[in-house]
Design a protein around this ligand. Structure first.
Ligand code: MG
Ligand code: MG
Length: 263
């Protein structure tokens, strides 16, 4: 199903996006050496409840996960890249942490993910991966406008990731957003321009480039949810929800003080 947002509802979509962006930035600020992933989950729950929003995750029970997720945020560390289920793990200096959050507020969902290094460590290889996903996300957003095709966005995203030297998996990617979290159209992280659904004003899309340093193969952790790199290599993930507007795209989940995607 593809939902098109009524222009009158755009303020509600903006409010959800601002909430998601604000929660992610707050959690990034609190995620330091010694922070437990279960604390991050509890903080996310408290902020979602405080805002009168609903978690898209806690009762989520899709075909690719085992039973209800049972948590409020995805916390993916190092070799974990997607759907990281929070568990009793204490963050260490230099960990590469991805936080992925989707909530519903006023009947509209927003979905966003950020990746960053815990502590003050400067690890060029990890920073390069994060940078590649953020640049790919920016390229996908820049290609999004009425009349563009999904393949144009996929091609823009995939071109950046490929040029940076990373393998690309099409197993999971971006998606339509609306009154629920995962809708059509699917937005693969690589593709051919000029193909696929034609974008129109009011369409909400979550674009989410993710990469693993040296493999395109995932495996599912024993927890039934967390997807990890098959080789144990590090990974990164960046995601924004955008609204297609009359003349381009508006990033709904951009942090207020941001210089770029996810920052
Ligand atoms: Mg997400
Ligand atoms: Mg998503």
């Amino acid at each position: 199903m593809i939902e098109i947002l009524d222009p009158a509802d755009l303020p509600r979509a903006r409010a959800t996006g601002a909430l998601v962006a604000g929660i992610l930035q707050t959690l990034k600020g609190r995620s330091s050496v010694g922070t437990n992933l279960l604390d991050i989950d509890r903080w996310a729950e408290a902020m979602i409840v405080e805002a009168g929003a609903e978690s898209c995750y806690v009762d989520y029970e899709p075909s690719f996960g085992r039973g209800p997720f049972g948590h409020y945020i995805c916390t993916s560390v190092n070799d974990a890249v997607l759907h990281g289920k929070p568990f009793d793990y204490t963050l260490a200096e230099g960990d590469l942490l991805s936080l992925d959050l989707a909530v519903s507020l006023g009947g509209v969902v927003a979905d966003s993910a950020i990746s960053f290094i815990v502590g003050g460590a400067e690890e060029p290889a990890s920073l390069a991966m994060i940078d590649a996903t953020e640049r790919a996300l920016s390229a996908g957003i820049a290609a999004a406008r009425p009349g563009a095709r999904i393949g144009d966005l996929s091609h823009a995203i995939g071109s950046v990731l490929s040029a940076a030297g990373y393998p690309i998996s099409t197993e999971f990617g971006g998606h339509g957003v609306g009154s629920t979290m995962h809708q059509d159209p699917h937005v693969p992280n690589t593709g051919r321009p000029g193909r696929g659904y034609t974008l129109r004003p009011g369409l909400l899309l979550a674009l989410e480039p993710w990469i693993m340093a040296d493999t395109a193969t995932l495996y599912t952790d024993a927890d039934g949810w967390t997807l990890r790199s098959a080789t144990g290599c590090r990974t990164a993930h960046s995601e924004h929800t955008i609204a297609i507007t009359d003349d381009g795209a508006e990033i709904l989940t951009r942090p207020r003080s941001a210089a770029g995607p996810g920052r």
